[in-house]
Design a protein around this ligand. Structure first.
Ligand code: AMP
Length: 511
């Protein structure tokens, strides 16, 4: 027998098995009226009401529904209400500026757009056939309680979400993740992290970022509790861990640093000692940070590696039995690598040092960009654009990046996209954007600029100009003006040479 895998399975099980449990605790401090604590039966009811509401609007199966939202119970429920009724959810990065969001809405052809109230003004020029501000307006107009939604015959190969990600092109690409991709990622990730019905999961990770790495599904399927966090802040994370008995959270190394900083001035014992496990990815965390998680917080540290294109989990590095007898420092050293392939994932390194992957978590392709898909998936292997090695016990280490991408605070920044934005300024003759190592954010965006003759452009002017075009985290934090930029004989920028002076003496060329 073959029954199609779909995200419906996770919420259906939670509703049947754990229906009366508190499933979802919304963020209390948000511009929309927060939802009350909801049981799994109530979450399922709201997901059905949302599906019935989309039916009433005439939004067909296969249509795209975009949400630009901070973490919220309403976004959480849409992972089931939208995808679970055969539509495609497009969770959009809430840090993007209007021009960037507009591109995504148009490119994805979204029929419905839901906008966070805090972003409504800034995104007033961005619209779709149906546009709702998230909160009272969307509650009143989108949800049809007591109406059975139109049935959807699940298709595991149908696209469930399209997640836009900045990569090697000037515009972000829409990664199509199927129900099958999401199902396999959630179950393998959940299993290997030991997700269970006692888990209380704190949403420190943006839900738009690869669907919160799939934890929205994994924790739901096991009947764990979701606690929503709207804005990431170290002390607030510790407070929520204490208040809700949190057992698990995920984040980029920058989030770990924020928690460690807050812990240094925390009054009393650190909450969650010997209980919390924190899963980190996005960039290779420094060994010292890993050790401090164990010694200063008393939390378990685990690392994963992957990409939006891979749902995301490709490899996992979690404390194994053999590490028990090691010192904290040595154990941290072992946990500093990306980890061994997750079940069902095959990894190899090609002759150029690029990491290639195969498995059921790898995307269906980029939305409406077959040429880009063909470049990414070649002969059945997905090209990650990351450089690395495979060591003992098949542990993968990421040491370099083959693609022109900067990762700052766990979010991808396409160098080309930033170069395009800067180059649009009429006093810029040449520009190269590179990532340079930074203590707090891992990498920082640095622009090397050659001005047009006679220009009096300043660093501040140019940063301010870029901010009108790109999300803040993509804008250069520093600009250095140069007379010329290193180029090859054919005129191509030599990024590796430009990067060299900032990265000398480092073992890894990514941070
Ligand atoms: P994204 O698609 O935004 O999730 O970004 C994926 C990229 O983040 C990968 O291609 C890597 O360059 C980087 N990345 C993710 N996890 C790790 C990790 N554990 N170590 C090093 N780099 C990572």
């Amino acid at each position: 027998m073959k029954v199609p895998l779909s995200v419906v399975d996770f919420l259906r099980r939670a509703e049947q098995v754990y229906g009366q449990r508190v499933a979802l605790v919304d963020e209390p401090d948000q511009p929309a009226p927060p939802w009350p604590d909801l049981t799994y039966a109530q979450v399922a009811e709201r997901a059905r009401a949302q599906a019935a509401g989309l039916d009433a609007l005439g939004v067909p199966q296969g249509a795209r529904v975009a949400m630009v939202s901070h973490n919220a119970a309403r976004l959480f429920t849409s992972f089931f209400g939208v995808s679970g009724s055969g539509r495609i959810l497009v969770p959009v990065n809430f840090r993007l500026v209007a021009e960037e969001v507009k591109y995504i809405i148009e490119h994805s052809g979204a029929e419905v757009l839901l906008v966070d109230p805090e972003l409504d003004d800034a995104l007033s020029g961005v619209t779709a056939r149906h546009r709702f501000v998230i909160g009272k307006e969307s509650d009143d107009e989108l949800y049809r309680f007591g109406v059975e939604p139109r049935p959807w015959a699940p298709d595991e190969d149908a696209t469930a979400t399209i997640n836009y990600t900045s990569g090697t092109t000037a515009r972000p690409k829409g990664v199509q993740l199927t129900h099958r991709n999401l199902w396999i990622n959630a179950t393998t990730f959940g299993w290997q992290m030991g997700v269970n019905d006692r888990d209380v999961y704190l949403h420190t990770l943006p839900q738009f970022h690869c669907n919160g790495w799939g934890m929205v599904y994994a924790v739901t399927g096991m009947g764990g509790r979701h606690v929503i966090l709207r804005k990431v802040d170290g002390a607030e994370i510790l407070r929520r861990v204490e208040e809700h008995g949190v057992t698990m959270l995920c984040g980029a190394p920058a989030v770990v640093n924020m928690i460690l900083d807050a812990a240094a001035t925390w009054n009393g014992p650190i909450p969650g000692r010997d209980r919390v496990r924190i899963v980190v990815a996005g960039a290779p965390p420094p060994t010292r940070t890993i050790e401090r998680v164990e010694t200063e917080l008393g939390w378990e540290f685990a690392q994963i590696y992957g990409l939006t294109e891979t749902s995301p989990v490709l490899t996992m590095n979690r404390r194994r039995q053999e590490y028990d007898s090691l010192s904290s420092a040595d154990r941290a050293g072992r946990l500093g690598a990306a980890g061994a392939p997750a079940i069902g994932v095959e990894i190899r390194v090609d002759s150029s040092g690029e990491i290639l992957a195969r498995g059921n978590v790898i995307m269906n392709g980029y939305w409406n960009q077959p040429d880009e898909t063909a470049k990414a998936i070649v002969d059945g292997w997905f090209h990650t654009g990351d450089g690395g090695t495979i060591g003992d016990n098949h542990v993968v280490s990421i040491s370099d990046r083959k693609k022109d991408v900067i990762i700052s605070g766990g979010e991808n920044v396409s160098s080309i996209e930033v170069e395009d934005a800067i180059f649009a300024h009429n006093e810029v003759a040449e520009v190269a954007v590179i990532g340079v190592p930074d203590e707090k954010w891992g990498e920082l965006v640095l622009a090397l600029v050659v001005k047009t003759p006679g220009s009096s452009l300043t660093e501040d002017d140019l940063i301010a100009y870029t901010k009108t075009k790109l999300a803040g985290y993509k804008c250069p934090k520093r600009i250095e003006f140069r007379e010329a930029l290193a180029r090859t004989a054919t005129g191509k920028l030599q990024k590796f040479k430009l990067r060299e002076e900032f990265w000398t003496g480092r073992e890894r060329k990514v941070n």
